[in-house]
Write a protein that binds this ligand. Structure first.
Ligand code: COA
Length: 171
């Protein structure tokens, strides 16, 4: 009997970008079930809290047309491999952009493989259009008045507007 293939796509998603969505769409062709793990504490200081990021990702996934498997969005605050095991996942899926991602991903994959040798990390190369996108750049460029509509969905654009407006009002 063949086992259901379950993949975890983890990240901070502060905010989710069209680059992430492109990886998610492609990953959904590879597994029977995809769990998007929204990290609570990845050593970053997100502008959107965990609940906001989970809701944001859920909305973008609900609006995603061509997905090929069941996709769940779940928050996690523990070790990635423990989160993967709790969901019976055999695969961790990561997007790989320019060479600069390689060293960090190499280390992370190595550590995760030591901790859980049965869980394979699969890399999907980001396509040309998304090679240079990062959530930090999205926030910085948006905050300074740059147009980000090619890079994030209209829903995320609204959330960014709300977030920065709030900050402006709070000053
Ligand atoms: N398109 C656009 N942007 C992309 C991208 C893509 N395809 N792939 C990655 N990025 C960007 C992200 O926007 C993010 O940008 P930022 O640094 O400006 O915020 C950056 O690349 C990396 O982000 P992401 O892929 O979301 O990973 P992360 O570094 O935020 O998350 C975790 C790392 C959560 C997977 C990792 O910290 C983790 O596993 N934590 C759990 C604890 C644990 O197990 N630690 C031990 C690990 S060995």
């Amino acid at each position: 009997m063949s086992k259901e293939r379950i993949g975890i796509y983890p990240g901070t998603f502060d905010p989710i970008t069209k680059g992430h969505l492109h990886i998610i769409r492609r990953a959904s062709k590879l597994v029977d079930k995809l769990v998007i793990g929204v990290a609570g504490n990845a050593g970053k200081t997100p502008i959107f809290n965990l609940e906001e990021r989970v809701e944001m990702v859920k909305t973008d996934i609900a609006n995603l047309h061509d997905k090929y498997c069941e996709i769940k969005v779940v928050a996690f605050d523990n070790l990635l491999i423990d989160f993967a095991k709790a969901h019976d996942a055999q695969f961790i899926i990561r997007g790989l952009r320019a060479v600069s991602d390689f060293e960090y991903e190499f280390q992370m994959t190595g550590m995760n493989a030591k901790l859980a040798p049965d869980i394979e990390t699969i890399f999907l190369m980001a396509s040309d259009s998304w090679q240079f996108v990062s959530s930090s750049f999205v926030k910085e460029i948006y905050r300074l008045g740059g147009d980000m509509k090619e890079v994030v969905t209209p829903h995320v654009l609204e959330l960014l507007a709300e977030k920065y407006q709030k900050k402006i009002n709070n000053i």
